[in-house]
Design a protein around this ligand. Structure first.
Ligand code: KG4
Ligand code: ZN
Length: 348
């Protein structure tokens, strides 16, 4: 089954083509440069860029996969969660294609896409995972979400057992980078600087350690970082931070964020007897994060899988094509294409 999938949920215009779960093309047109000046994603700019890029991305994907639109069996699109006016661009394009070519349409939840990115196979046939060991737990850490999702069987019934109460982990990275005037997106910048810093230099609080539940919160940590920066500046006549202070803050922030994830994750692993942890979302591109998670759950006998290339961790349409393949197996097609609408606050 040839699937053409579109994701325009945030600031990447992405179009992918898969043959079942094998990725033939995964075009990602990044808008990072357009949003950089604003220190974050501006929805109206994102929408316009999606509109400008989508047709070229479709053509490029077809060229890469050496297919024509007539050969596509199923169209798939992210309907949510994400930015409403950005999602709209992909949804209307997919509806138009499915109608024009008289093919079925599958509506995919973006977070399900991040889970199924683990099943995406590259052209030589290797995927991070082909079957799950239940009960499994998906830990999704992106710019918009921090969630733990319980999977008990193959039916695509997802149970969210923990989520962030405020900022997502990726968002916290982005905000800390902004406080330090380091640019956007903050994740890759902070994680690289953290490698040179001392994670014990600033003892930031471990968020939500006392909460008793499986939820996360990153706004307190973010505020602690802000106060630390202010204090350094105020105590010293408003001077700029030194390179050493910046890398130490980056390392200390990342260490506190990791510890909060590890604390809740290991709690969930024990509570639900989890055998396999699947990672998904932009923060998973962080090697130190993956290593931290792996060593944290090892003592409990759980294995960790993550998408086998970084491009499948951050936003991309290949993960949407793979999720659509699994939905197709369950006959989960859009019944009335004309009525499909984006849902910016969609939950799993
Ligand atoms: O999944 P994603 O591409 O988009 C959303 O669905 O939100 O995640 C983007 C987030 C951004 O906040 C970015 O700073 C973060 O992922 N990120 C990272 C790294 N690469 C991207 N965070 C930490 N370390 C990284 N290496
Ligand atoms: Zn995402």
């Amino acid at each position: 089954m040839y699937i053409l999938a579109i994701d325009t949920s945030c600031d990447e215009t992405s179009v992918a083509i898969s043959h079942d779960v094998t990725i033939l093309a995964n075009i990602i047109s990044s808008q990072v440069d357009l949003h950089k000046a604003w220190g974050g994603v501006v929805p109206s700019i994102a929408q316009r860029a999606h509109q400008e890029n989508i047709d070229a991305a479709i053509q490029e994907a077809l060229k890469r996969a050496q297919l024509t639109l007539e050969q596509i069996d199923v169209f798939a699109v992210t309907y949510g969660p994400g930015l409403a006016i950005a999602l709209e661009v992909g949804v209307s394009k997919a509806k138009q294609l499915a109608t024009d070519y008289n093919k079925p349409l599958i509506a995919v939840n973006h977070m399900a896409g991040h889970i199924y990115a683990n099943f995406a196979a590259t052209k030589n046939g290797t995927a991070a995972v082909t079957a799950l060991n239940f009960p499994a737990l998906a830990l999704l850490v992106s710019g918009g979400h921090t969630e733990m999702v319980l999977l008990t069987d193959d039916t695509q019934r997802f149970q969210i057992i923990g989520a962030t109460l405020d900022d997502a982990m990726g968002e916290a990275y982005d905000k800390v980078a902004k406080m330090l005037n380091l640019g956007y997106p903050g994740g890759p910048i902070i994680s690289e600087l953290a490698e040179q810093g001392d994670p014990k230099a600033y003892p930031f609080p471990i968020p939500m350690k006392q909460s008793g539940d499986l939820n996360f919160s990153f706004s307190g940590l973010k505020t602690a970082v802000l106060y630390t920066i202010k204090k350094i500046k105020e105590n010293d006549n408003g001077r700029e931070l030194t390179k050493q202070e910046i890398v130490d803050i980056a390392a200390s922030f990342q260490a506190a964020a990791f510890q909060s994830i590890v604390f809740k994750l290991t709690k969930a692993v024990q509570q639900y007897g989890i055998r396999q942890v699947l990672l998904g979302g932009g923060v998973v591109a962080n090697t130190a994060f993956r290593q931290t998670v792996r060593s944290a759950v090892k003592p409990f006998g759980a294995t960790v899988v993550y998408p086998n290339i970084d491009k499948l961790c951050t936003d991309n349409a290949a993960m949407i094509a793979v999720a659509a393949y699994f939905q197709a197996q369950q006959g989960d097609y859009v019944q009335d294409i004309s009525r499909l609408d984006r849902d910016p606050a969609a939950t799993l």
